[in-house]
Ligand binder design. Structure first.
Ligand code: NAD
Length: 255
C-alpha cells in the first residue's frame, strides 16, 4: 500500500471509531526539537542510560543525572507543541473522538497543546520532590540552583536530595496512572501509537492489551516497529506531517 493509501485507510478507521486513545513516545516531540533516546543523535548516543538514568545510579552519582536532566529540561522548556500535538487537539476538541492520551513523554507538550486527559506514565519534568522530606517544587525553582553553579540541587528546607518527578530505570510506574491507562485501553475501539519504539516496559505492554481487548491499531512511526504486522495500518513517517494529512482526509470524508 502506498503512503497515500495508508493515510486514507487511517482516516477511514478514525472516522468509524468513537473511543480513540493515543499512546505516544519520544518520537512525538522530536519535531519540537526534543531528541528521542534511540535514534542516531538521540540522548543515549551521548549519555549511557545505565550511568545517567538508573535510580540506583541517581542515588550514588546524582551529579551525572543532573548534567543530563539540565540539558534535557532546557530543551523542553524552550520547546513548543508541533503540528502532530496540535492535530491531536483537533481530534479531541473538534471531532470529540480522542478520549485519552497515554504518553511516555516527560515534556508535558500534550497538555501545553491543549489536550485534557493526558496520562503521563513516566511522570513529568515540570515538578520535583525532596526524597527526604517530600516537599514538592516546580522545576523552574530548582533550576535557579543549577544556574548558580550547583551540580546537585538540595532541598532548601532539609538539604535532602531532590529528584524530578520522572520515572527512572529501576523505578515503578505510578500505579494510579498505569491503572487509569489500562482502563482507557480497555474502553478504546482504536489505539493510535505515535513515535514509540515500543521497547520500554511496562509501558510497551499497553498496546498488546489493546489488541487483546479488540481495539483496532494505527501506528505512526519514523521506522518499523515490532508491532507493525499486528496493526490495521502502520505508516512510516513524521508524526507532524502524517497526522495533519490524516486530518485533511478526515475532512474530505466528512464533507
Ligand atoms: P524511543 O526513543 O525508544 O523511540 C522513539 C521512536 O520514535 C523511534 O522508533 C523513532 O524512529 C520514532 N520517531 C522519531 N522521530 C519521529 C517523528 N518525528 N515522527 C514519528 N516517529 C518518530 O522512545 P520511546 O518509545 O518513547 O521510549 C523511550 C523513553 O524515552 C520513554 O520512557 C520516554 O519517557 C523517554 N523520553 C522522553 C522524551 C520526551 O519527553 N520528549 C524524550 C526522550 C526520551
Amino acid at each position: 500500500m502506498s503512503i497515500k493509501e495508508k493515510i486514507k485507510t487511517a482516516a477511514s478507521i478514525i472516522h468509524s471509531s468513537n473511543y480513540i486513545v493515543v499512546f505516544s513516545g519520544a518520537g512525538m516531540s522530536t519535531e519540537s526539537g526534543i531528541p528521542d533516546f534511540r535514534s542516531p543523535g538521540g540522548l543515549w548516543s551521548k549519555y549511557d542510560p545505565g550511568e545517567y538514568a538508573e535510580y540506583s545510579a541517581f542515588l550514588s552519582h546524582p551529579e551525572k543525572f543532573w548534567t543530563m536532566h539540565k540539558e534535557l529540561s532546557q530543551t523542553v522548556l524552550e520547546a513548543s507543541p508541533n503540528l502532530g500535538h496540535k492535530s491531536l487537539v483537533t481530534l479531541e476538541k473538534e471531532y470529540r473522538k480522542l478520549k485519552a492520551i497515554i504518553t511516555q513523554n516527560i515534556d508535558f507538550l500534550h497538555s501545553r497543546a491543549g489536550n485534557s486527559n493526558v496520562l503521563e506514565l513516566h511522570g513529568s519534568g515540570q515538578t520535583a520532590c525532596c526524597l527526604s522530606c517530600g516537599t514538592e517544587f516546580y522545576y523552574t525553582d530548582i533550576q535557579k540552583q543549577l544556574d548558580e553553579g550547583k551540580e546537585v540541587p538540595k532541598c532548601p528546607k532539609c538539604e535532602g536530595l531532590i529528584k524530578p518527578n520522572v520515572v527512572l530505570f529501576g523505578e515503578s510506574l505510578p500505579s494510579n496512572v498505569f491503572q487509569q491507562a489500562i482502563a482507557e485501553i480497555s474502553s478504546a475501539d482504536l489505539l493510535i501509537i505515535i513515535g514509540s519504539s515500543l521497547t520500554v516496559y511496562p509501558a510497551a505492554s499497553l498496546p498488546s492489551m489493546a489488541l487483546d481487548t479488540g481495539a483496532r491499531i494505527i501506528i505512526i512511526n519514523d521506522e518499523a516497529t515490532m508491532m507493525d504486522h499486528q496493526a490495521d495500518v502502520a505508516i512510516h513517517g513524521k508524526a507532524g506531517v502524517i497526522l495533519p494529512l490524516i486530518l485533511e482526509e478526515l475532512r474530505n470524508i466528512d464533507s
